[in-house]
Design a protein around this ligand. Structure first.
Ligand code: NAD
Length: 490
């Protein structure tokens, strides 16, 4: 196989594209058209072993010796290279994932900004001296955790590759990244760019492959020191077990069933338009999709009518058309799963006031869907659908709104719409989620901690807290006394 040329992609191990030793090569098709896209390799156990070995060698070799300022310069250079390749990367991502170019373009930039942020955050890595008294000088050192195994899902491949790799490299770790086997292409290009800008071979390795085989092999590999996972809650639970022996550090970014809460005093037009963005961006295939719309009873009917109209206005179609707002779902199989859940919702008494049926024609398109009259204890109110489906639920008062918002096993994000600032801050404290936004649909920015409460996981992405997940703290104590210490007088 002629790897790294044209439309054939290998594994990325020790600074170069490599053919799989014991993985296979698959044909990838574009989800939006079914047309062939590329041939892409998956990694077997020997490939994973090679990648972890390369990461270890780089850690103990050139990367371990690279001073912080140079690491920072290299991460900035990688950010520049991503920006310079942004058109190619966005198009590749759109063809591979099916999501609209209008989404992948900013996501490529977020990947670049993640490297930029972490390049600067390197300056925050520092130990401390602690005045513990006596003739003892005590201080702490920060050291990289070691080799990081990073597993990411199919919905934001390049953006999440940036979210994962940037803090690991900033901390001085090396990484083996496992993208989903259906969407490995932009992560592989990112690894190529890393080497092109001068990041030493073996610092970034990419081994696409299936979860239960390649992923499990990587996470349980004895040469891995830290596991960072983004994906479903069910898989996150398996990852914790896999990382237990030998003991590894773990952080998990998992699923969500995040609410938008609309109070009667809100600017309803803005709240509803932003709610449409909050659920239908990426065709609802976002961990932080605000997939539940909780509405104060007195404005419930108005809001249902408004959101149905907004859903109908979302531009669905060819993801490469710059005007398209919602592209294809990742696959027809996923579309079937989404539609089955919509049918379950109907069976539970909900009414589809917008969308609700797969779109005709090729590709895995599903319309922006609104389910009204959803009961809080039903499947569509509790389970992550991971598609463009919004469940609208009424509430009576503030206490009821908080109760419903918290009445799911997840806790990733919540958005409150109100003109009362005190209420916004009150609810921010009462809602159990990693992020609360007030009159704003956006919640993820480099520098702002992103992650879950409850079964949405633990650990934070994108912030100084993330950097700490890739650092060990070492305490050093030294006697400054003039007499030798001889505690037992021996
Ligand atoms: P998934 O859990 O099925 O897969 C995620 C990744 O884990 C893939 O690379 C997969 O190959 C791998 N994997 C699967 N089983 C594994 C195993 N046994 N051992 C090791 N690796 C394994 O999730 P998905 O369906 O690809 O992605 C959607 C999920 O990801 C949703 O639940 C979504 O909410 C979540 N997600 C969370 C965030 C976040 O930051 N919280 C961001 C994006 C997506």
């Amino acid at each position: 196989m002629a790897v790294a040329t044209g439309r054939e992609f290998g594994l990325f191990i020790d600074g170069e594209m490599a053919e799989p030793a014991d993985g296979d090569v698959r044909d990838l098709a574009e989800p939006a058209s079914g047309k062939p896209l590329a041939k892409a390799a998956t990694a077997g156990p020997r490939d994973v072993d090679r990648a972890v070995g390369a990461a270890r060698a780089a850690l103990e070799g050139p990367w371990g010796k690279t001073p912080p300022n140079e690491r920072s310069r290299l991460l900035h250079a990688l950010a520049d290279a991503i920006v310079a390749s942004r058109k190619e990367l966005a198009e590749l991502e759109t063809r591979n994932v099916g999501k609209a170019l209008s989404s992948t373009k900013p996501e490529v930039i977020v990947a670049a900004e993640s490297f930029r942020y972490m390049a600067s955050a390197i300056g925050s890595i520092e130990g401390a001296t602690r005045p513990i008294g006596g003739s003892i000088l005590a201080y702490t050192l920060k050291e990289p955790v070691g080799v990081a195994a990073q597993v990411i899902p199919w919905n934001y491949p390049i953006m999440l590759a940036g979210w994962k790799l940037a803090p690991a490299l900033a901390a001085g770790c090396t990484a083996v990244l496992k993208p989903d086997p259906a969407t490995p292409l932009t992560a592989l290009r990112l690894a190529e760019l890393a080497v092109e800008v001068g990041i030493p071979a073996g610092v970034v390795n990419v081994v696409p492959g299936d979860g239960p085989t390649t992923g499990a092999c990587l996470v349980s590999h004895p040469g891995v020191d830290k596991v960072s996972f983004t994906g479903s809650t069910a898989t996150g639970s398996k990852i914790m077990r896999l990382a237990a022996d030998p003991v590894k550090r773990v952080s998990l970014e998992l699923g969500g069933k995040s609410p938008s809460l609309v109070f009667a005093d809100a600017d309803l037009e803005d709240a509803v338009a932003s709610t449409a963005y909050g659920i239908y961006y990426s065709a609802g295939q976002s961990c932080d999709a605000r997939s539940r719309l909780l509405v104060e009873r007195s404005v419930y009917d108005d809001v249902v009518n408004l959101i149905a109209a907004k859903a109908g206005a979302v531009k669905v179609g060819d993801p490469l058309d710059p005007e398209t707002q919602m592209g294809s779902l990742i696959s027809e199989r996923h579309r079937e799963k989404v539609h089955e859940l919509v049918e379950t919702g109907r069976g539970e008494g909900a009414e589809a006031v917008a969308g609700g049926e797969p779109l005709d024609g090729g590709g895995a398109f599903y319309p922006a869907t609104v389910l009204a009259g959803v009961g809080d204890d039903t499947t569509v109110a509790q389970e992550e659908i991971f598609g463009p489906v919004l469940a609208v639920i009424p509430f009576e008062d503030e206490a009821d709104a908080v109760r419903i918002a918290n009445d799911v096993r997840y806790g990733l994000m919540a958005t409150v719409w109100t003109r009362d600032p005190a209420r916004g801050h009150r609810l921010a404290r009462r809602i159990a989620s990693g992020t609360v936004t007030i009159n704003l649909p956006y919640g993820a920015f480099p520098g702002i901690p992103f992650g879950g409460y409850k079964q949405s996981g633990f650990g934070r992405e994108q912030a100084l807290e993330t950097l700490q997940l890739y650092l060990e703290t070492k305490a050093v104590l030294l006697s400054t006394g003039t007499r030798p210490s001889n505690p037992w007088g021996l």
